[in-house]
Design a protein around this ligand. Structure first.
Ligand code: ZN
Length: 275
């Protein structure tokens, strides 16, 4: 079920974590951002696009996590892109003959059979500093940062007033840090929030990866609690954040928060530095 969120911009929400796939209409077809998670969902999306007479002419993955790198044969063979850093991270994964085994632990067991991995991550890296996605449609500005995952791109479709945030600015998930080989993940996250804050003055619609879409007021309404959560992690306070409280949308999020705390504590023991 495609839903229009702005002129020429449609989303399809997955059963998995309310993840949003984003469709942007161009002159000869659509740009598809983070196509979806479950095989039948992506097949249904391909069907809907076929009925609309809108072939996929380009794809984009916002960041190198499995649930943003999937594809379905019925979506066709358009060029798929990511930032150079995103593509390099995926390339390193796919160069391991056992990559499917390596990512299997990250896929929830109840959906693993429904996640088609064959076309995962077949993306072309756009040269560093590329300002826009190369395609024939509304300009899509790439705002690259290093929060959450290497080479994460938020996408700003200025003509349509839409920000596609990837796995940031969610109302249901806490900010998830990239704790793999990063020197200062909390500062990376705070820097990304500053970057998004500076770039989103004219945004009318916010589309997060997981969670609900929001209007103009939601950009600050989500940046502020994410920043407060980061400050709580940095200063070792207990966050007063409904996403990890008793009313959390997902019961497993408090556990994710606890693991982040543990891993940060281990890092600071190891390095002798806070955070
Ligand atoms: Zn992610």
């Amino acid at each position: 079920m495609l839903r229009q969120v702005a002129e020429g911009v449609l989303i399809r929400e997955s059963e998995f974590c309310q993840s949003n796939a984003v469709v942007v209409q161009g002159r000869a077809g659509v740009l598809l951002i983070d196509p979806g998670v479950l095989g039948y969902e992506m097949a249904a999306l391909a069907n809907d696009l076929r009925e609309l007479g809108q072939p996929v002419v380009a794809g984009f993955s916002t960041h190198p996590h499995w649930d943003h790198l999937l594809w379905h044969a019925q979506l066709g063979a358009a060029a798929r892109y990511g930032t150079a850093r995103c593509a390099a991270t995926v390339g390193a994964l796919l160069s391991d003959a056992n990559w499917k085994e390596r990512i299997a632990p990250f896929i929830p067991p109840d959906i693993v059979e429904q996640v088609p991995l064959d076309l995962l991550g077949l993306i072309t890296g756009l040269p560093a500093e590329t300002a826009q996605i190369p395609w024939d449609g509304p300009q899509v500005r790439i705002i690259e940062h290093q929060a959450h995952a290497p080479g994460h791109a938020a996408l700003l479709i200025e003509e349509r007033g839409v920000l596609v945030a990837g796995d940031m600015l969610s109302d249901v998930l806490i900010p998830l840090l990239d704790l793999n080989d990063t020197a200062d993940p909390i500062e990376d996250y705070l820097a990304a929030l500053r970057l998004l804050e500076g770039a989103t003055g004219d945004v009318d619609v916010l589309v997060p990866g997981p969670g609900s879409t929001g209007g103009a007021d939601q950009v600050h309404a989500r940046i502020d609690p994410d920043r407060a959560y980061m400050h709580a992690l940095r200063d070792a306070h207990v966050p007063s954040d409904p996403r990890v409280g008793p009313s959390a949308t997902y019961g497993w999020v408090p556990g994710v928060h606890a693991r982040q705390l543990q891993r940060l504590a281990r890092r600071s023991e190891r390095d002798g530095t806070p955070g």
